[in-house]
Design a protein around this ligand. Sequence first.
Ligand SMILES: NC(=O)c1ccc[n+]([C@@H]2O[C@H](COP(=O)([O-])OP(=O)(O)OC[C@H]3O[C@@H](n4cnc5c(N)ncnc54)[C@H](OP(=O)(O)O)[C@@H]3O)[C@@H](O)[C@H]2O)c1
Length: 251
Amino acid sequence: MDLKDKSILVLGATSSIARALAEELAKQGAHVHVAGRNLTEIERIANDLSVRYQQQSTAHSFQAADFKSHETLLNQVESKNGKHGLDGLVVAFGELGDQIEAQSEFEQAKSIIDSNFTGAVSILTHAANHFEKQGHGFIIGIASVAGDRGRQSNYIYGSAKGAFALFLQGLRNRLCKSGVQVITVKPGFVDTKMTYGRQGMFLVASPEAVAQDIVKALKANKQVVYTPWFWQWIMLIIKTIPEPIFMKMKM
Ligand SMILES: NC(=O)c1ccc[n+]([C@@H]2O[C@H](COP(=O)([O-])OP(=O)(O)OC[C@H]3O[C@@H](n4cnc5c(N)ncnc54)[C@H](OP(=O)(O)O)[C@@H]3O)[C@@H](O)[C@H]2O)c1
């Protein structure tokens, strides 16, 4: 896929992975539009992209759980964008949250689920219909290896990411005949503010390396990408551990 002059909206653009990805896409000549809940920071990112890569970047407000605003946001990006319309959407927002708190406070669990799953379903429902109608486009959804198997240390976040991956799989199955590419990205541990100071991390990747893997997958028309690549094999092993053994492991 040639990314030159493609118009792409990145949601959750203050994320370290999203920032690195926005730069990679802009380097390839795409017009990268950015959205997030901290509008001041989002405007700074849009200006930075415009100045450094000589492309048109617009800034927008986005809240995962403000479901009613999602269709308006997509229309806004399209109308501000004139003839370029919208060719791609990146769902990078997500919240790790506090597993211990979420085990006793449903509101905390709901916030994690809305930030990682329900919010993504809401915006992607509109985006999918839009891309299907126009007969081309792509969706990149950042899920997680945490969604491949439920673990006691993060099963609220993990189940939301797992549901998101399943949703993307269904969407891909529906949209492939319309020429719309849907990519599920499953990063392992990445060095970002989400994981800052967390214990027990290993094989930690940089956001830049993850962003490069995502762009490679997009250009190669891949469906599911583990990043870095070795997480596919780590997760394969983890998924094959029999449940009677797995349930006694402290993970
Ligand atoms: N870091 C890892 O090890 C890792 C591993 C696997 C998957 N991931 C996934 O990768 C994606 C990017 O995360 P990251 O590691 O780059 O972390 P990050 O820097 O903490 O980024 C998270 C992003 O999500 C946004 N966000 C959170 N809740 C939101 C909500 N309710 N509405 C709108 N935006 C919301 C944040 O906005 P604010 O800046 O306003 O907080 C931020 O832009 C996430 O989906 C994450 O789950 C990360």
